[in-house]
Design a protein around this ligand. Structure first.
Ligand SMILES: [Zn+2]
Length: 301
């Protein structure tokens, strides 16, 4: 797999931070992806093989519809930030152009024009070109689908995630054409000098240097997965990403069928669950929880 884009190393916080800043969070529902129940929680059967996780768990008509989220974060001085990108506009009419042949076969996506991130931003008076920063939790096909829609933004990704996404292809859930654009890509090295521990998290990066948006290294779902911790007005919000698909994973440790590295997945999950024990006031949002999603508010200050 050839990827032309070379991200620049992210070694310092991005400009625009402001001491004591708090942010506003808008959860955006971008559509749904169908998946076998065992894909989300594999039960007691141990690690499922790919074929079992994707195919042999009943007909697609009985699969679960998982919400696919992105998040708008409004920072008072650093402007509009997105966490993940939702679906590309072409996916409304079919998946193949954006996700490739394998992506169109393996995944079943439902979305609409109203659910595109650009449309949801417009409802809030924000143009796609106003988005200054996009944090990629990871580069899987349901998270990176609309990268092309934000050409003016600085994209932040874990260095290992970029390397995995660029080299491992559809078998690992990636479609590099989605993200191989000559934009301002920055790769964060979680072994580098700008990395600190925060709360229960061994490796975190203070994105604007003001404590308002912290990126957390939570690998395991993929090689370089990151979660995002936000400082709202009165409490913190933890966007778990796919480090935990559901509350069942957060509460009971129910593991998904597929992980890139189960040991690292468990370690990341432990950092998250300990954080939530220590910070009961925090708002936690798992990556694909169909029951939790409808209970979220439109905006959190
Ligand atoms: Zn994923």
């Amino acid at each position: 797999m050839d990827v032309a884009t070379v991200p620049k190393p992210l070694t310092h916080p991005l400009p625009g931070g402001q001491e004591g800043a708090t942010v506003r969070l808008h959860p955006l529902l971008c559509g749904e992806m169908l998946a076998p129940h065992g894909y989300v929680e594999r039960g007691d059967a141990g690690p499922a093989r790919l074929r079992e996780a994707l195919g042999a768990l009943g007909p697609r008509s009985r699969w679960a519809a998982l919400p696919v989220p992105a998040f708008l974060v409004e920072h008072p001085t650093a402007g509009a930030l997105l966490v993940d990108t939702g679906f590309h506009p072409s996916v409304v009419d079919g998946q193949r152009a954006n996700m490739g042949r394998a992506g169109a076969i393996l995944y079943t996506v439902r979305t609409s024009r109203e659910q595109l991130v650009a449309a949801q931003l417009e409802q809030r008076g924000i143009a796609p070109t106003d988005v200054r920063t996009v944090v990629m939790t990871h580069l899987h096909i349901d998270h990176a689908s609309a990268v092309s829609e934000f050409p003016a933004a600085t994209f932040v990704v874990d260095r290992r995630e970029w390397e995995a996404g660029a080299s491992r292809g559809w078998r690992a859930g990636y479609h590099p054409r989605q993200f191989d654009h000559a934009f301002d890509w920055r790769a964060l090295d979680y072994d580098g000098p700008a990395i600190d521990s925060f709360a229960t998290f061994g490796r975190s990066f203070d994105l604007f240097g003001d404590g308002s948006v912290r990126l957390l290294s939570t690998p395991g779902h993929t090689a370089g997965h990151q979660s995002v911790l936000l400082r709202l007005g009165g409490r913190e919000a933890l966007l778990c990403g796919d480090a935990a698909y559901t509350w069942r994973t957060l509460r009971d440790g129910a593991l998904p069928a597929l992980t890139d590295d189960e040991h690292r997945f468990r370690r990341s999950l432990r950092e998250i669950t300990r954080y939530l024990e220590q910070t009961p006031s925090a708002l936690a949002i798992p990556g694909h929880d169909a029951e939790a999603w409808p209970r979220l508010e439109r905006v959190y200050d």
